[in-house]
Structure formats: C-alpha cells, structure tokens
Design a protein around this ligand. Sequence first.
Ligand code: TIU
Length: 220
Amino acid sequence: MPVVDAQPSPFTFDLTSTALIVIDMQRDFLEPGGFGETLGNDVGQLRRTIEPTRALLRAVRAAGMTVIHTREGHKPDLSDCPPAKLARGVPSMRIGDPGPMGRILIQGEYGHDIVDELAPAPGEPVIDKPGKGAFYATGLGELLAHKGIRSLVVTGVTTEVCVHTTVREANDRGFECLVLADCVGSYFPEFQEVGLRMIAAQGGIFGWVATSTAFVSTLP
Ligand code: TIU
C-alpha cells in the first residue's frame, strides 16, 4: 500500500478505498466580486491553490482514484439557508443578493460554480451542501459507503472553515483524512498555518497533513 510522508506520521492508504474530495473551489470564494470578497477577504490568498490542485487532479484521475467535488450554496428560494446564516456578513452583500457573478452562493448562478481550471470531469460527483461541513444535509456519507471509501484526501477552501468542518465531521464518522497543505487555502495566512497544525497536533487529532507532491509521488 502507498505510504505518504506526512505529519504527524506516515499516512498509509489503499487506492480503491480512498477518495479525493475537493471542497468548494467556487468562483464565489476564489474570484473577485464573489461572496468571499464581499466579506472583506483577499481572494489572492486562495488562488495559489488552483495550480497545485489542477496537477493533483491530473495525477489522481490518471491513477483511477475516486474524485468528489463539493459546492457550498443554497436553493434560489433560500429555504435551505438558516436565517442566522443569512443575517451574517456585510448587509448589502448577503447570500442571495445580486452580485457581479449572479446571486451570491445560489445554486445555478455563475459564481456558485467551480472555477474553470478545476471543472469536474464527466462522472465525478458534485455534492451541493448548505453548510460548511460536506456531511451535513447531503448524501456524502451514503455515497462514500456505497463506494467503500474509508480514507479521504482533502483539498479546497477555506482551510479553517469548510475544510476543517468537513475533516472534523469525517473524523467523527471514522474516516482517515489526509489534508494537502498546498491545495487548501485561507484568506488569513495565520489561520492557514494554525489550521493545518491543529489537524496534525496531538498525534493527529483530526488527521494527517502532507504536500500534494508527497502524495502524488506515492501514486502508481
Ligand atoms: N468564509 C469562509 O472562509 N468560508 C466559507 O464561507 N465557506 C467555505 O470555506 N467554503
């Protein structure tokens, strides 16, 4: 079985029971004018993840590994958005408000979709999720069970929000998670650093952390 040089210890995985999950690489988070920027964030901090993730996707697809994408967003009538979430943020630019890329974080809008560079390949599942975690109110758990997946290689944005929430959810459900440091991004450099340290601390309290090159080098 492949063994990845990782923190806090080597990560061993089996290709057939491992999936790559690419979290919320959506225009709303990564491009100017989207939800992320309306919250006052510098999207440049996230864009550095695009190229390493593109290379990772190429390698993982060539190895025949399962790839799953997620998108955070809501139905056009906002019936799946808790009022407490809707009320958050800058008043003029909230979820559902019109923005330069369509209604912010609304399914079907241009800004809600995944950036062109990382477009899902035909047949790759795309999980639409109303929360920060990818397991909450989605079919992800059932999908992974159906595919016999027990380990997750996790990438995407943002490190301390949707990546962390998903890794914590997955860890509690018994999945082993390897987070790829160069393929996750935060608007805040200090959260990026501490977010990654929190995963591997205490003997890997939530999982493992490695670089994408270390992971890819183990693929057949
Ligand atoms: N704001 C922020 O850092 N993140 C989110 O709202 N969603 C995700 O992380 N995908």
